[in-house]
Design a protein around this ligand. Sequence first.
Ligand code: NAD
Ligand code: MG
Length: 388
Amino acid sequence: MASQRKLLILGSTGSIGTQALEIVRHNPDELSVTGLSANTNWQLLARQINEFKPSYAFIKDAQLLPDLRSAVSHNQTRILTDQNELLELVKNGAYDVLLNALVGFAGFIPTVEALKSDKKVALANKESLVVGGELLREYCQRDHRRLIPVDSEHSAILQCLTGEQDDTIEKLIITASGGPFRELDPARMKDIKVEDALNHPNWDMGAKITIDSATMMNKGLEVIEAHWLFDLPLDKIEAVIHPQSIIHSMVTFIDGSTKAQLGLPDMKVPIQYAITYPERWSLETPRMDWGVQQQLTFTPVDHKRFPCYKLALDAISEGGYAPTVLNAANEVAVERFLNKEIRYDHIAVVVEKSLEGISPGSPITVGALHEADTETRNFAQQLRLNHS
Ligand code: NAD
Ligand code: MG
């Protein structure tokens, strides 16, 4: 047997994190857990610590430490709550793959530190590439295969590219479900309720990405993610609405041939592939039934209906700090919408207004990206909206 792969899972209590642990549960001889981390869900983190017995566990909210400690049934796990200790673990811990399943800008620094330390990163946290793609690319210049996407579209593209030469790629075609509002009358967008937006037709995911999927900001973030991950200009990346979510993405090559990766929507497939890459392991998931008549349909993305998608494309075309500002404004706007402080159609307004305030940037550094993120959050949080 090949040696056991050790995982450090950041965001282990989330949608991606818990599915990753299901994969570990099914491969006890091949996979083990070095560390787990959570924001506030100490109850679930405690159950995970009791089951997987990692060497380390991190809880961000220090006030929850006593609750967490009292729910842990053994002493094989060192429990941390100091961010610097967590980063030290990311840099120098005895693990093989960092699975970054954090949501938002919070995932950026761990990705930076892992890549700088020559670690392999299975990246669910697409926001890392949106805010600092240029830097991350530099950090893994010697070996791009150290940064493996978990996002289903990017995993599909990676699978299509296996065995191909980079200079034979003509176009990436990223599929999008179009979310729950792809046919809604745009005049009714302002009345969309939180509960409706959280109800995604094909995928069961964390709250932030579910809202991003409804606004299609998610697809915009994924175009930016693909741009950095596969080092391709924007005119070689296209998104198309495919409501069935069966084709996870495609690549057209210079001879006109197109390869696609298909399957029933199940995030465990790309999560496992990112952990085992370049190997492919068996996985028990529901399979497509090709004996049943079904339709796979495609429509272009309507920029008017999905202004957030357009804003993301504009931000990456502008470059510099614009994608960082886009991301920070979107995170705040989504949170304000989830808290019922702003209307659904105001998410795009908050992002647009935040992008208007950008001044031409200085050279991109981690510190300057942090500053741009913080400044934008303050602006987006305080922005007052016209409710007419
Ligand atoms: P989620 O909200 O379900 O889980 C997020 C995890 O991060 C939780 O464990 C939470 O405790 C932790 N966390 C949240 N904020 C934190 C903070 N400030 N500091 C430290 N920890 C924090 O999110 P998710 O749906 O699992 O998504 C995770 C990432 O994966 C996102 O970037 C998302 O875009 C991406 N992604 C998710 C899916 C999916 O199916 N869920 C698919 C593709 C990509
Ligand atoms: Mg995706």
